[in-house]
Design a protein around this ligand. Structure first.
Ligand code: ZN
Length: 250
């Protein structure tokens, strides 16, 4: 299935959003002209600013207001259960987004797991050596690893009376760090494809929810969001922008 043929599938799967004009179905469709023939509003941008930081994309969301309200622990719900079910949702939704753009994330287009102009994540292999992997390989390793954890009753117990292991919080922190890297790669390398799908409100909402949840339950390290001074993570600036807009923290 081609990238553009997958649009229809993705749109029917996506949560209900604002009404859209008909989706382009041709790969040769001129990108600067919308399907009804008029030019789209020009994003307000400076030359080196990534599109995800530009208006109107940075503000696009399905949820208006603060994400803190949807991450709060519901009454009578065990916090471990709440974290587990949310991790399952974040993983499932992110996996679907990646599935739609994965034809554009190849060994050729993404020979490294990039997440900023100077940042490439490395993978720690079985010999504890740090190795560069193409992004699709890296992401496949992450997603397979998380799927296996989700399927493991010892990590994600599904039967009543079964407790979560003491190591559950630290396992989830590892999961969070790796899923953050997948988000970071998609924003850095594939945001224009998210825009082609007109999915930026969906993707931004998923990521803002992920950030707010991670902060609320201390699963997310800010150094992972920002990166080092010499190798900043692209989405670190997005986090700051959303924080300043007041949508992340109460
Ligand atoms: Zn890629």
């Amino acid at each position: 299935m081609s990238f553009f043929n997958s649009i229809g599938r993705s749109m029917t799967r996506a949560p209900r959003g604002p009404k859209r004009s008909p989706t382009p179905t041709s790969a040769t469709f001129p990108p600067e002209v919308t399907s009804n023939g008029s030019a789209p509003p020009s994003p307000v941008s400076s030359p080196n600013k990534p599109l995800y930081l530009c208006s109107p994309f940075v503000e696009a969301a399905l949820v208006k207001g603060n994400f803190k309200t949807i991450v709060m622990l519901p009454k009578y719900v065990d916090v471990m259960e709440w974290v587990a079910v949310n991790i399952y949702d974040f993983y499932t939704n992110l996996n679907e987004f990646y599935g739609v753009i994965s034809e554009c994330c190849t060994q050729q287009t993404c020979s490294t797991m990039s997440a900023g102009p100077t940042l490439n994540y490395t993978w720690i292999n079985q010999d504890r050596k740090s190795v560069n992997l193409p992004a699709p390989t890296y992401i496949d390793y992450v997603m397979t690893w998380v799927q296996n954890l989700l399927d493991d009753e010892a990590v994600f117990p599904t039967k009543s009376g079964q407790d979560f292991a003491q190591t559950f919080p630290s396992t989830i922190k590892h999961v969070y760090r790796q899923l953050l890297r997948v988000f970071a790669h998609i924003y850095h390398a594939h945001y224009h494809q998210i825009l082609h799908l007109r999915s930026e409100p969906h993707f931004n909402s998923l990521f803002a929810h992920f950030l707010a949840f991670g902060r609320e339950y201390e699963l997310l390290e800010m150094k992972d969001v920002r990166g080092a001074a010499s190798t900043p993570v692209g989405i670190g600036a997005l986090w700051e922008r959303w924080r300043d807009m007041g949508i992340l923290e109460g």
